[in-house]
Design a protein around this ligand. Structure first.
Ligand SMILES: O=P(O)(O)OC[C@H]1O[C@H](OP(=O)(O)OP(=O)(O)O)[C@H](O)[C@@H]1O
Length: 215
């Protein structure tokens, strides 16, 4: 279900969606990209943008019709989440998105994947992965804020597929994506949904360092 708060990007097909831009979103992106932003402001404003992306990512999950009785006895025909969702964060930057997800889904299970990239060759390999036992039957919200080449996400999605998760059950929740990364990831996984706040040739690759204050 889509409420119109994100749009598909025609260049990359219907599965790449971008948050509908507005002044507030551009302000958050500007603060995050500004090299003069303090670490405390960076985390504060990154958390705000993360919340917006997570909320719209949840909007991509399946809902079922339901009816509830209101205090006046009237019947209201509404919607409820289908059960069987989980989050997976890619360490380290993806962990910054976990709280935003927990703020919306209190006790959601969150798996983790650690992908390490060679500093010279940029070849990425998975060194750690832990998931709920029944992940193959769940809708997976994969969280990683930056896609530069897309290599980190490629490796992470491969691991999910090795654990039996169908490609069309994965929603990648992302803040900043380069066009080259979008092309690479969509080319490899055409059925996976990607939700980002911005497609731009320059990715703020300092995200993890600045958010967590570690090299
Ligand atoms: O799309 P890719 O080319 O794979 O790149 C994704 C991100 O990973 C790298 O950061 P880093 O290794 O610091 O990641 P981390 O913050 O998650 O530790 C890179 O600087 C990007 O920010």
């Amino acid at each position: 279900m889509c409420t119109g708060s994100s749009v598909s990007d025609a260049s990359f097909g219907p599965n790449v969606k971008i948050l509908n831009s507005n002044s507030q979103i551009v302000e958050l992106q500007t603060i995050i990209r500004d090299k003069n932003t303090s670490r405390s402001d960076f985390k504060f404003y990154a958390d705000r943008l993360i919340r917006l992306v997570i909320e719209e990512s949840l909007n991509q999950l399946p809902y079922s019709d339901c009816s509830v009785e209101t205090p006046t006895g009237a019947i209201y025909d509404g919607l409820k989440y289908r059960s069987g969702n989980c989050g997976v964060s890619i360490v380290r930057s993806g962990e910054a998105m976990e709280q935003g997800l927990r703020d919306c889904c209190r006790s959601i299970r969150i798996g983790k994947i650690l992908v390490e990239s060679d500093a010279d060759t940029h070849v990425a390999k998975v060194v750690y992965a832990r998931f709920p036992d029944d992940i193959a039957r769940r809708q997976v919200l994969l969280m990683y804020p930056i896609m530069s080449t897309g290599n980190t996400v490629l490796q992470a999605v491969n691991v999910l597929k090795e654990h039996g998760v169908p490609e069309d059950c994965i929603i990648l929740s992302n803040l900043f994506c380069t066009p080259i990364a979008a092309k690479t990831v969509v080319g490899a996984f055409p059925q996976m949904k990607i939700l980002t706040s911005e497609l731009h040739p320059v990715a703020p690759n300092h995200f993890g360092q600045k958010y967590f204050g570690t090299d």
